[in-house]
Design a binder for this molecule. Structure first.
Ligand code: 6PG
Length: 250
């Protein structure tokens, strides 16, 4: 019995990219038909680069009314503004510089601020200005893209991190010991209030953690990515065969 999410297994990485491009462009286009602002949260890491390049290709660019799309980030590596490792830089090089999106629609995390805690507070303040929530209301992002690391982390929600239990703040600063790096991340409740979450997962190094995608009991969560279960939103896992291992499509 599925627990309210869909699993798609692509033939290979190219097929995965194509299916992700179709799903995301369709979701964005559908949303722009019913609202004048569509919020999209981008993931970092290496997997989505090909997807962003695909979204920037002519046949897809023309389909999406980019003037109504607002881009945000699910997490970011703290560092200098020109840091080639930043998730913003990767998205800029592979997507943003190639699409007709107004600069004011790009809501990058202030990852270059010297104080990560202040950077998290500033990004949360900017999100609150954008969404204008009532007291206690969470933001509802339209489309959220996430990846999964070989240890089961997603965004910058790493195993055993205190931020996994954060239930008040929208944005948190975390120090990742094994990476010796400060990071900024949206928190679990923010992802779980989204209208749609799409995990894009590729490579055999992810197969071990993806095995528990359908935990025996929903409560037995072993990896941070399993905490992401949108309350009312749509949840899709897009995997290539290597990452899926023995998992069957739903
Ligand atoms: C980051 C990402 C991170 C990523 C996973 C998977 O900043 O690194 O946000 O959560 O999605 O680590 O990364 P790959 O796509 O490189 O495997």
């Amino acid at each position: 019995m599925d627990t309210g999410f869909e699993i798609t297994v692509a033939r290979d990485f190219e097929d995965l990219t194509e299916q992700a491009s179709d799903l995301i462009s369709q979701s964005i286009t559908n949303q722009t038909r019913v609202r004048d602002r569509v919020t999209v949260v981008l993931s970092g890491g290496s997997t989505p680069r090909r997807l962003y390049e695909r979204l920037a290709r002519g046949d897809v660019v023309a389909k999406i009314p980019w003037g109504r799309v607002h881009l945000f980030w699910g997490d970011e590596r703290c560092g200098p503004p020109e840091d080639p490792k930043s998730n913003y830089r990767m998205a800029y090089e592979s997507l943003i510089r190639w699409i007709p999106i107004p600069p004011e629609n790009i809501h990058r995390m202030p990852f270059d601020l010297p104080d990560p805690e202040r950077a998290a507070e500033e990004y949360e303040a900017s999100l609150r200005r954008f969404f204008g929530p009532s007291e206690g209301e969470w933001p509802r992002f339209d489309v959220v893209l996430l990846g999964v690391g070989p240890d089961g982390h997603t965004a910058s929600l790493f195993p055993n991190s205190p931020v996994l239990g954060e239930r008040k703040r929208w944005v948190a600063a975390v120090y990742v010991e094994k990476l010796k790096n400060h990071r900024l991340t949206l928190t679990v409740p923010v992802f779980n209030h989204a209208a749609q979450v799409i995990f894009l997962v590729a490579g055999k190094e992810k197969a071990r953690v993806m095995k528990t995608l359908r935990p025996a009991e929903p409560k037995r969560v072993r990896f941070p990515y399993q905490l992401i279960r949108p309350h009312t939103g749509r949840l899709t896992f897009l995997l290539d065969r290597e990452a899926a291992g023995s998992l069957q499509p739903s």
